[in-house]
Design a protein around this ligand. Structure first.
Ligand SMILES: Nc1nc2c(ncn2[C@@H]2O[C@H](COP(=O)(O)OP(=O)(O)OP(=O)(O)O)[C@@H](O)[C@H]2O)c(=O)[nH]1
Ligand SMILES: [Mg+2]
Length: 440
């Protein structure tokens, strides 16, 4: 494709609002604006224009024309801020298509920004994450990466790496003369430092992923332990049915709230017991399955009944678990538990929230002072960079010849380049942007 297509799409959510933005990107964007408004506004000057097509008025709007390369995509770009009516948006987009634009593919504006070097891949992914953020912490993490926090760190490490590579290669070229451009101890010291930096970023994945995707918390325990009552307390509404009948909850009931800055999806489950009832049996199997895959488990023990061997058996092999004694309003005898609550009176519930908050912040929330990777693509790139540096370090320490060391250092540098998209294939790009929605 020599001549770039001109693309058009609404950039704001579909629906009624005060305003709606339509973006037109590509070489014909200025002409389309001129055809619709009869004028070509000055570059980057918000200009009030009346849009018409085929003699029919479409809207009065504010148009901003960006000239390549000074635009989000790096191409000639027009943004029309219309009145926020879906009908108006539809008519304007249709007029643009009649004037030669085509409807944008998902993520195509951002893809163009990446292809033109306006932003890198990590920044493009972070834009999508920022739009999807559900908590303030998620938004801050995404914005860090939109602003290039992770990319700059990865690029800096890659540059130091290329510097070491070039000096090791220079030594190769002049090996017969016995020149050393970097002595081994110095090379080891520098690669160790890079490895530590890369490793720290690779290790940020667990927190980065949790922060981006949120956490799952499962409430588990025997029938009537008070699981549904606690769910309702935690979410602040009568989400699940509560009755004195053991076996009330069958299917999993989920609700998401914010804890420790992350969206935490709480699952209330069927009370654990062996049951002849087919439906209940399936519910219990689902409960155990959900708990196995959870980030956190609250295991509830009814204090009036105490903790027994069946509870101990259920507790085996669970992920991070807090044992919570319930119905503290009814019983003062001590049950072996991490904390004690009454979902009825609310006693201990604040402490439970505080404990959960601390666990989420300590174990799952991404730190804001260091860069974090947030998706599988980024994880794979950093793991590769990390592994290659480890091999290079072993070779260096073992006295291997420069040419062997350089191979692994290059592999690591390439992995860092693939993180930011400095080296990338069309397939990778297509896969990433296919997940975006149209207009991004
Ligand atoms: N006094 C008192 N009663 C409670 C408390 N928590 C729950 N209950 C009561 O215990 C009974 C069972 O509560 P649920 O929340 O339905 O228990 P569950 O664990 O969801 O039970 P299943 O869904 O059957 O597994 C209800 O009658 C609740 O009102 C509590 O903290 N104090
Ligand atoms: Mg229940």
């Amino acid at each position: 494709m020599n001549e770039l297509d001109t693309i058009v799409a609404p950039a704001t959510a579909v629906g009624r609002g005060a305003l709606a933005i339509v973006r037109i990107d590509g070489p014909a964007s200025g002409e389309i604006l001129k055809a619709l408004s009869g004028a070509l506004p000055g570059e980057r000057i918000a200009t009030r224009v009346a849009l018409s097509h085929k003699g029919k008025r479409l809207d009065e709007c504010v148009a901003v024309r960006f000239a390549a390369p000074r635009s989000f995509t790096g191409n000639d770009l027009v943004e029309l801020t219309l009145h926020g009516s879906p009908i108006v948006v539809e008519r304007v987009v249709a007029a643009c298509v009649m004037l030669g634009a085509r409807i944008a593919e998902p993520g195509e504006f951002t893809e163009r920004a990446v292809l033109n070097g306006k932003i890198d891949l990590v920044q493009a992914e972070a834009i999508a994450d920022l739009v999807d953020a559900r908590t303030a912490l998620q938004a801050r993490l995404s914005l860090h990466n939109v602003e290039g926090f992770l990319s700059e760190r990865a690029t800096a490490i890659r540059e130091s790496l290329l510097h070491v590579i070039s000096r090791l290669e220079a030594a190769l070229d002049f090996s017969e003369e016995g020149y050393e451009f970097i002595d081994r101890a110095e090379a080891i010291r520098q690669v160790e430092q890079m490895r530590a930096d890369v490793h720290a970023i690779a290790e940020s994945y667990r927190r980065g992923r949790a922060t981006r995707a949120g956490l799952s918390l499962v409430i588990l325990g025997k029938p009537n332990a008070g699981k549904s009552t606690l769910l309702n307390r935690l979410v602040g509404s009568d989400r699940a049915i509560v009755t004195p009948i053991p076996g009330t909850t069958r299917d999993i009931v989920r609700e998401t709230i914010e804890i420790g800055g992350l969206p935490v999806t709480i699952a209330d489950t069927a009370g654990l017991r062996e049951s002849g009832d087919v439906v209940e049996g399936i519910g219990v199997a689902r409960a155990r399955e959900a708990a196995r895959h959870a980030d956190l488990v609250l295991y509830l023990v009814d204090a009036t009944r105490g903790r027994d061997a069946e509870d101990e058996a259920e507790l085996q092999g669970l992920p991070h678990t807090l044992v919570v004694a319930t119905k503290s309003d009814l019983w003062s005898a001590k049950v072996d538990a991490d904390l004690s609550i009454s979902a009825t009176t609310g006693a201990g519930v604040d402490e439970l929230f505080a404990r959960l908050d601390a666990i989420v912040r300590d174990r799952f929330a991404a730190p804001e002072s260091s860069p974090a990777i947030v998706n599988e693509r980024q994880r794979a790139a950093m793991a590769e960079a990390d592994a290659a540096l480890e091999v290079a370090l072993e070779s260096l320490r073992g006295g291997a010849a420069e040419q062997y060391v350089v191979v692994d250092l290059r592999r690591s540098a390439n992995a860092l380049a693939s993180l930011t998209g400095a080296i990338t294939s069309d397939d990778v790009l297509r896969e990433i942007f296919a997940k975006f929605c149209i207009g991004k």
